[in-house]
Design a protein around this ligand. Sequence first.
Ligand code: HEM
Length: 542
Amino acid sequence: MINSTFICLLCRSQKKRGVVIMALMILPFIGSVSVSESLVAMTTLCLVYLILKFFHIEIPEGLRRLPGPKPLPIIGNVLEVGSRPYLSLTAMSKRYGDVFQIQIGMRPVVVLSGIDTVRQALIKQGEEFASRPDLYSFRFINDGKSLAFSTDQAGVWRARRKLAYSALRSFSTLDGTTPEYSCMLEEHICKEGDYLIKQLNTVMKADGSFDPFRHIVVSVANVICGMCFGRRYDHNDEELLSLVNLSDEFGQVVGSGNPADFIPILQFLPSSTMKKFVSINARFNKFVQKIVTEHYVTYNKDNIRDITDSLIDHCEDRKLDENSNIQMSDEKIVGIVNDLFGAGFDTISTALSWSVMYMVAYPEIQERLYQELKNNVDLNRSPRLSDKSNLPFLEAFILEIFRHSSFLPFTIPHCTSKDTSLNGYFIPKDTCVFINQWQINHDPELWKDPSSFNPDRFLSDDGTELKKTEAEKVMTFGMGKRRCIGEVIARNEVYLFLAIIVQKLQFHAMPGEPLDMTPEYGLTMKHKRCHLRATVRARDEQ
Ligand code: HEM
C-alpha cells in the first residue's frame, strides 16, 4: 500500500508508473527475496528514477536535445575525458559536432568547439555565456572574491573588470622614469630582461645548465610586481620563489575537469591535491595581503605609486562621493590586485618558457630569429617595443607558439546566465560551458597541417608582412565579454622579453638528453621541468 502510494507520487505518467510496478513484480521470480532486500531494491529503483527525473530536461519546441556520449552513473564521462581533456574533447567534437554535452560526475557540461560556433556564443550571444560556474575549487581563489573565477553578479563583475582594466592600462602606459623608455611597461621589461641575461650567465658559469621556467618566472613576476606593488625581488628571494613556483599545482586543480568540482561527495573526502590547493591559495593571499596592508599605511593621495595605491584611492574617492552607488566592499576593490598579480606572471612565464623550448627544438628557427634581429635592430642597443613592426618573423613565431602549444587549452569555464540555444540545441540556465581553444588552434578546417610547427604560415610569401586574417584565427585570450584584460600587456611582454634574450643568448639542449615537449595538463599547460644550456652570442657574431 505504502509502496504503491510512493510509486504513484513519484511517477505521474501512467507509462513510467507501469514500468516501475512491472520491475517490482518481477522481483519475486528472481529467487526468494526477503522484505529488506525488496525494500533496498525498491529504494534503489526510486533513487535511479529521481536521478533520471532530475537530469531530464524538457526541450522547448523547435530546439534539439544536446548530443554527446552516454554517461555512466555517478562518474558520468570522466573515463572518456581522461587526463588530456583537450585531446579527448577534440576527438568527441569530430563525432558529435561543435556543440555537445558530456557529464563530469553529476554535472552536465556543454563543450564548444569550432571558431564560428565559439564566436556566436561568446560574441553574438555574449551576455548569455558570460557567467562563471559555481565550482568548489574556485571558492578558494582570492578568498572567493576573484574577479576571474568568482560568481559575482554581472553588475559587480563588470564594474570590477572596468576598474582592473583601467588600472592596468594606466600603469603600463605611464611614462618611464627616464626618456630612454617609451612607457613604464617597456622600462620594467627591459630592466628585467637585462637582469635575466645576467642571472642565466651566472648560473651557466656556476652549474653549466639552468632550468628555464625557474628563472623566467621571477623576471616576469617582477614586471607585474613593479606595476602592482612598485617593487621587485631578487632572483634568489625565497618568499617570491616559493610562491611563483607553486603555480603548476594551482593550474592542475583549476584546469577544466577537476573531479571535486563535479562530484560533490569528493569535497568531503580527504584529498591531498585539494589540501595543497587550499594552502597555495592561502599563502598567495597572505603574500598579497601583507603588501596591501603596507600600502594602506604609506598611502598618500598626492603620490599614487602603483596599481594597489590606485585601487585604494578609488575606495577613498567613492567614500567621499555622496552619489556613488556603493555595491562593493573595499576588500573586493583592492582584492583586484590579487587577480592581476596571479594572472600576470604564470601565463606569460609559461609562454616564454615554451618559446625557449621550441627554439631549442628548432635550432634553424632560433637562428632565423637572431638574424632578423641582427638585420633590423642595432646590436649596440637593446630592442624596444617600437621595433616590433620590423620583426615580423618574431611575431609569427609567437603566434605559432600560442597556436601550436595552445598552453591555455580551455578558457576559464563559462556558465549560461539564462536558458538559451546554440546551433539549434537547447542549453538550460546555469549550465557549465567549456570552450576548447586547443580544438580551434588545431582545426584542420582552419589550418594546413595543424600539427607541424611552422611560423611561416603567418607570413606573406616574401616573409615581410604578417597575414592579419591568419593571426586573428589563433585563440589564446578567449573572446567576447570575458576576453583577457591583460592581452595587450601580455603580447608586448612576450615579444620584448624574447627580442632581448634572442639578441644576447643562444639556447641548446643538454648533450645526450632528448627534449621532452609533452605538455602537462592544467589551466596553463607547462612543459616538464628540465635543464638547458645557453651561450652568449659572440661579439663578432653581433
Ligand atoms: C600570454 C599571457 C596570457 C594569456 C594566454 C591569457 C589568457 C586568458 C584567458 C584564456 C582568459 C579567460 C577568458 C575566458 O574565460 O573566456 C583570461 C582571463 C583573464 N586574464 Fe589573461 N592571459 C594572459 C595574460 C594576462 C595578464 C598579463 C593579465 C593581467 C595582468 C591577465 C588578466 C586576466 C584577467 C583578470 C582575466 C579574467 C577576466 C574576466 O573573467 O573577466 N591575463 N586570460
